[in-house]
Each structure stands twice: as structure tokens, then as C-alpha cells.
Design a protein around this ligand. Structure first.
Ligand code: COI
Length: 356
């Protein structure tokens, strides 16, 4: 399939790197592609970023049949641009698509389209450390119909946003809030899919956490309300003595690409790493015994985010006296060095965006 390119003369001013925040600025162009049963995915097009017009009956607006991804492009010290693990994102998108009854995409074709889009928008990739170009591939159900079924038609789009740190705290520790009163996902549900509804389901408890002075909710499993699952926008790691533990993937946890990078790097350093069930009580008991050395989250937007405080109903613990621990610090540095092309990419994670 050839990608149609529609150019515009009216280009936007670029924001300054230090004022980016997260997710509020958008580049000049976006990628769009449509699906119907007759033509399959068709009409791939790079065109000016702008509003999409749709019927108020469009199915995604009613039943949330939507999936998305998040990945980043980085500027290297030599000014080259590279993507971090894009193939893993498109592979995961197809897994989410399957769970949401959305047709599969051609991963190689979408990567080609993304390379073209990012190449056209190279000037939008910021250069200050801690900044990057965040890419949001999304698929939405587009049938104008209000009966409940899977849509027959879909829109795939990719938009891009120059970003700084996701949390206002930057790389400083965040505080997380654990509750038995609300759950994000249940086993047998769509917790492992990157689908809009999982995020909508997290909003109410997250508001409560904010009101209590906490940054994010750490979700427990939806069956026994006992085992740790993930945080609103990241996977979670605990350093218990000399063991790095993260909840094993059980169908209701997002299979984070940064999570996988953390596991791979920690193993390559010779550290003891376990993917297993971990009860919230085990975390609090380890803290009481002085064995909870570090807690940190991982995610595309969040990168590596240390946690210094956990509140579980009336119990509150502080981890590492509010200091960032050695494993989170090393993980953050070595990960961003690979992402920014400052160290050897020994795991083969980056994909260069070559100028056309
Ligand atoms: C990401 O980390 O890319 C995500 O999609 C999480 C989102 C809440 C920003």
C-alpha cells in the first residue's frame, strides 16, 4: 500500500523543551488509515493534525471499543532520531486488537508508516535530556450504530506529542495509594489489553488518591483483593532484600514493554529477578523487617519512577527515607542511555529513523 501524503503550508511554532509537560502539544502531521470488511485496511495517509468529524452514533463513543499504544522517539547526541522497541508496541497492539474484536494490523507496514511520519516531523523531536517525542497509535470503532456488537469499520491513527516528564515530580519519588475498595481489572476481563476502558475504570479511585495527596493508585487483584497488580500508568517492582520482584503476568496486568526492558537489564546485571504473585501484606511485612529496599514503577511515559511512600488504607510506609535507591537510579540511567543512543544498544531495542 502506498501512503498518501497531504502537506500543509501552515506549520505550528514549536514549544520550548523546558516547557513541554506531558501530552499537550501536537506535531503538524498525523497518520490515518481506515478499515472496512470489503477493502481491509486501506487509504493510509499522512495529513495535517486536526479534528476528526464523526457521527454522534459512532460506536467507540458508546461502547469504548478502542485500543492504543504509547512509544517514544529520541534525539541522540549526534542529532539522529531513534524509536525505542516500536515492533513490540505494534505486536502488543495486535494482541489488544484480538481481545477487543478489532481487525489485525500489518505490523511491518505500520512501522514503515511511523518511520515516514517521524522523519517528516524530525524537528519536533526535542533534545533536552528527559524530553522525547511521544507517539500514540490508536484504533477506534467507527460504525455509526448504537446496538451492541463489534463494529465493522475502524480508524487507525497515530498522533505525536513532544513531551517532558510524565509526573510533575519528574524523576523524584512518587507516592502511591492502595485500596481494597476498587479494582481496575479482573481475571478473564481485558486487563492485559491496552484499551481505553481500563483507564476510564481507574479514574475514580485515582481522584480519591489525589485528594489524599497521592500520585497514583496501586491496584490489587480483582478476585482476592490481595495481590499487587500494577499502578495506573506503570508496572511495579519491589526490591525485597536482594530479590527484584514484579507481579507475574496473569491476564489482568498490562505486559509493559518498559517492564520487559527492566527485567532484561536486571538479569543482564546478574541480579535475582522474580516474576511472581506478591501480596500487599508481603510488601508491608518486608518493610517492617527492614527488607523493603526499593520500590519503583516502569512505563513508556513514566520511564523509571521511584516510589517513596505507600498508603494502604490506614497504614503508611516510607521507603528509603525518600531517597532514590541504587537499583532504580541505575535502571533509569542505563535505560535512558540506550534510548538516547548514549550507550551501546546491546539488546537491539532501538530503530533508527533515517532521513529520506
Ligand atoms: C504509556 O506509558 O505510554 C501509557 O500509555 C500510559 C498512559 C497513562 C500515559
Amino acid at each position: 500500500m502506498d501512503i498518501t501524503i497531504k502537506k500543509t503550508e501552515t506549520l505550528k511554532d514549536h514549544p520550548i523543551d523546558s516547557g513541554l509537560g506531558f501530552g499537550t502539544f501536537f506535531t503538524d502531521y498525523m497518520f490515518n488509515m481506515d478499515y472496512n470488511p470489503e477493502k481491509g485496511w486501506h487509504n493510509p495517509c499522512i495529513e495535517p493534525f486536526g479534528p476528526m468529524s464523526m457521527s454522534p452514533a459512532t460506536m467507540v463513543l458508546h461502547y469504548g471499543q478502542a485500543i492504543f499504544e504509547g512509544l517514544k522517539a529520541f534525539r541522540t547526541p549526534k542529532g539522529n532520531i531513534q524509536l525505542f522497541r516500536p515492533r513490540d508496541n505494534f505486536q502488543r497492539m495486535n494482541k489488544s486488537a484480538e481481545m477487543l474484536c478489532i481487525p489485525q494490523i500489518d505490523e511491518a507496514f505500520i512501522l514503515k508508516a511511523l518511520l515516514k511520519l517521524v522523519d517528516m516531523e524530525r524537528s519536533w523531536v526535542p533534545s533536552e535530556t528527559g524530553t522525547s517525542l511521544y507517539i500514540r497509535p490508536t484504533i477506534i470503532a467507527t460504525d455509526p450504530y448504537i446496538g451492541l456488537r463489534a463494529s465493522n469499520t475502524y480508524r487507525f491513527f497515530m498522533i505525536m506529542s513532544p513531551v517532558g516528564a510524565y509526573y510533575p515530580e519528574g524523576f523524584n519519588p512518587v507516592k502511591i495509594w492502595v485500596t481494597r475498595d476498587y479494582v481496575r481489572a479482573v481475571r478473564g476481563g481485558v486487563g492485559q489489553a491496552k484499551t481505553a476502558g481500563n483507564y476510564a475504570a481507574s479514574l475514580y479511585a485515582t481522584e480519591l488518591a489525589h485528594k489524599d495527596g497521592y500520585t497514583q493508585v496501586l491496584w490489587l487483584d480483582g478476585v482476592e483483593l490481595k495481590y499487587v497488580e500494577e499502578v495506573g500508568s506503570m508496572n511495579i517492582f519491589f526490591v525485597l532484600g536482594d530479590e527484584i520482584v514484579t507481579p507475574r503476568l496473569n491476564g489482568s496486568i498490562l505486559s509493559g514493554i518498559t517492564r520487559d526492558s527492566v527485567l532484561t537489564m536486571a538479569k543482564s546485571w546478574g541480579l535475582k529477578v522474580s516474576e511472581r504473585r506478591i501480596a500487599i501484606d508481603e510488601v508491608f511485612d518486608a518493610h517492617a523487617k527492614g527488607e523493603l529496599m526499593e520500590v519503583f514503577g516502569s512505563g513508556t511515559a513514566a520511564i523509571i519512577s521511584p516510589v517513596d511512600n505507600i498508603k494502604f488504607h490506614e497504614k503508611v510506609i516510607t521507603i528509603g527515607n525518600g531517597q532514590v535507591g541504587p537499583i532504580a537510579s541505575r535502571m533509569f540511567k542505563e535505560l535512558i542511555d540506550i534510548q538516547y543512543g548514549k550507550s551501546e544498544d546491546k539488546f537491539g531495542w532501538t530503530v533508527a529513523v533515517n532521513p529520506s
